[in-house]
Design a binder for this molecule. Structure first.
Ligand code: BES
Ligand code: MN
Ligand code: MN
Length: 445
């Protein structure tokens, strides 16, 4: 285990939070560290590609003529660690407790991305690689940055490959090898609501003037009904439903909605559209979720004020078939229609990405499933995930290749939340599975 643990701990110590400008130097340091890991593994042509935003880190090994070329993707940036008081150990002081390693980025994505790097290192120690590899790691995945998409659109030839390989998803259950064959897209937006020039005394003016927070709340609550159905006209028009076969395969997964509610999500009740199962609701249906509302007075004590402005951050997860640009237009129209007289709104789209689905019959997917089955000793299941990895759609669009999404994380890894962790034995098994996978790709497809 030592051959990856020290490197992983050093990588996790760098607070590479891409969303926070004050961490730009840390993000850069993490890029430099990533390049060091690539070199140590035996990759060639390692370097940083600087541009707007955070650097891309690239490297390759292309000495297997006639063999497939695999593009390995990961992200070295992490989510902010807040709320800090809920962490049992400091987020950037990686801590091993039993078989788990706790730190921000432990599972998303440094602790899983290192599987790809260490698989190269192991094979290179034995000699040449069975396949050609290109590596592309980015530092803006968590903040919806444009650097990698601009690079892909302008330099597709530099990343020419037969398939992409990503370790940034989770297993459906412990000990159950999992390949993810579908991800939702996302449209992230900020709504500004303004009702006047200045905040006002709620006694002197209350009853005669509009309230910006109330206006914002009315607008966003008009976009979804009590059952979770989204009320934006036209929103569901292009949603592609999963096939009957896929739904049947989900029904065979070991899933207990009660345990999911109480032990995994730990919520007081499950919600969502009637007529759809929990897995379908969270993997394949589009959503509308509010992330935060800013405005007015929230300090200690009481202040009698009518706020004149409010901001709502929200996002829609998108199903296959939905076009983020069209959904943005529909959303804009619905918001304008919902704003009462005297309420000015402005909608800003912060970032967006399409959903993606991967054909499970693709040989690159099938061989990955076989390699995982061999290492874990159980049949690999195919799942989707409700999360988004924008690069998957871009690889399909710009390079014309499928992405193989091997999940080695666990459902209780606390991604984006306090006490994020990675189950260390899965890193070891992940390295073994990736090594086997590349070896099998080196034999005929
Ligand atoms: N690795 C996650 C996505 C994920 C999580 C996939 C769990 C499958 C299972 C990724 O880093 C992520 O968080 N993506 C963001 C994308 C967004 C910021 C564009 C997301 O889904 O919120
Ligand atoms: Mn990730
Ligand atoms: Mn993430």
């Amino acid at each position: 285990m030592e051959d990856f643990l020290d490197d992983l701990i050093a990588w996790l110590r760098i607070p590479s939070i891409s969303a926070l400008p004050e961490h730009a130097n840390d993000v850069h340091a993490a890029a430099v560290f990533t390049a060091g890991l690539f070199r140590k593994a035996g990759l060639e042509n390692v370097g940083l590609i600087e541009g707007e935003g955070h650097p891309l880190v690239v490297g390759d090994w292309l000495h297997a003529p006639g063999k497939p070329t695999i593009l390995c993707y990961g992200h070295y940036d992490v989510q902010p660690a807040e709320p800090l008081h809920l962490w049992n150990t400091p987020p950037f002081e990686p801590t091993v407790l039993g078989d788990n390693l706790y730190a921000r980025g432990a599972a998303d994505d440094k602790g899983l991305a290192i599987i790809l790097i260490k698989a190269v290192e192991r094979l290179r120690q034995q000699g040449p690689l069975p396949v050609n590899l290109r590596f592309l790691f980015e530092g803006e995945e968590e903040s919806g940055g444009d650097h990698v998409s601009n690079y892909l659109r302008t330099h597709p030839e530099a990343l020419a490959c037969d398939a992409a390989l990503i370790c940034d998803t989770e297993m459906f259950a412990p000990e159950l090898p999992t390949l993810c064959v579908g991800l939702r897209g996302i449209l992230y937006a900020e709504l500004e609501v303004q009702t006047g020039e200045t905040d006002l005394h709620s006694g002197v003016y209350g009853g005669a003037v509009p309230n910006a927070i109330e206006a914002a709340a009315r607008i966003v609550s008009s976009l979804k009904d009590l059952h979770g159905r989204i009320l934006i006209p036209g929103f569901y028009d292009d949603v592609a439903a999963p096939t009957a076969e896929e739904l049947a395969s989900w029904a065979r997964l070991p899933f207990d909605a009660g345990a999911f509610q109480r032990e995994e999500a730990r919520v007081h009740a499950l919600t969502g559209e009637p007529g759809f199962g929990v897995l379908e609701r969270s993997w394949a249906r589009p959503t509308f979720e509010i992330h935060g509302i800013r405005g007015g007075f929230t300090g200690p004590g009481a202040k009698t004020v009518i706020p004149c402005e409010a901001t709502v951050k929200f996002s829609c997860r998108l199903a296959p078939g939905q076009d983020p640009v069209r959904v943005g237009e529909l959303l804009n129209a619905a918001i304008e229609a919902a704003a009462l007289p005297g309420v000015r709104t402005q909608l800003k789209i912060l970032h967006s990405a399409k959903a993606s689905v991967v054909d499970p019959a693709n040989p690159y997917v099938r061989k990955a499933a076989l390699a995982m089955t061999e290492v874990f000793g159980r049949e690999t299941v195919l799942t989707r995930s409700g999360g988004s990895i924008p690069i998957v759609g871009l690889f399909a669009e710009t390079l014309g290749v499928p992405s193989v999404l091997t999940g080695f994380g666990l459902p209780d890894d606390n991604l984006h939340a306090p006490n994020e962790k990675v189950y260390l034995p899965n890193i070891e098994r992940g390295i073994e599975a990736i090594v086997r996978y590349w070896q099998s790709l080196g034999e005929a497809l």
